[in-house]
Design a protein. Structure first.
Length: 174
């Protein structure tokens, strides 16, 4: 059976970065005299090439920094997740102070915003309901259409004249 140092020399990422990092951490803890530079070098060399290149570009100082960057890259590239949540073991949090931590996501309560797609969907549903009930698209009342809606502040002659867009027959052509 191989000792911890030999396994550290041979460890590679086969699946997720998170799994690789967990295995790497276990080996590092078994070897007391590994320098930070050696640990960083061995960690980066064990990563898959696509992840390794992006980690190298980030110029991490410690292997833990490299692990956080690698998890972020792996999350974006391979797992299809749009948000990255580092392992709690990799990103220790500072002791909570009074009030929210600066730049903490979600520290400021905000009202939920609607998306353009959701707004469009709601408008489409409202129009279908108005059509079923024979209601105006603007004020949602019965008895008229949006083109002649009294709530729009237009006079009815103008609204009805907008429907007369066709050219009248020319007497000289007949």
């Amino acid at each position: 059976m191989l000792n911890a140092r030999e396994r550290l020399a041979r460890i590679t990422q086969r699946r997720s970065v998170r799994e690789y990092t967990m295995n790497f951490r276990q080996l590092i803890l078994q070897i007391p005299d590994v320098s930070p530079a050696e640990a960083l070098d061995k960690y980066k060399r064990g990563l898959k090439p696509a992840v390794r290149v992006l980690v190298e570009l980030a110029s991490p100082v410690t292997w833990e920094d490299a692990a956080v960057k690698a998890e972020s890259v792996d999350s974006i590239q391979f797992l299809g997740r749009s948000t990255f949540q580092p392992s709690s073991r990799l990103a220790p949090r500072a002791a909570p102070a009074d009030g929210p931590t600066p730049m903490e996501i979600g520290a400021i309560a905000s009202t939920p915003r609607s998306t353009p797609r959701a707004d469009s969907f709601r408008k489409q549903q409202q129009r279908e309901e108005d059509t079923r009930k024979g209601q105006c698209f603007y004020c949602h009342k019965t008895g008229h259409l949006a083109a002649a809606c009294p709530d729009l502040g237009r006079d009815s002659s103008r609204a009805s004249s907008s429907n007369n867009w066709r050219r009248k027959p020319d007497a000289s052509r007949q």
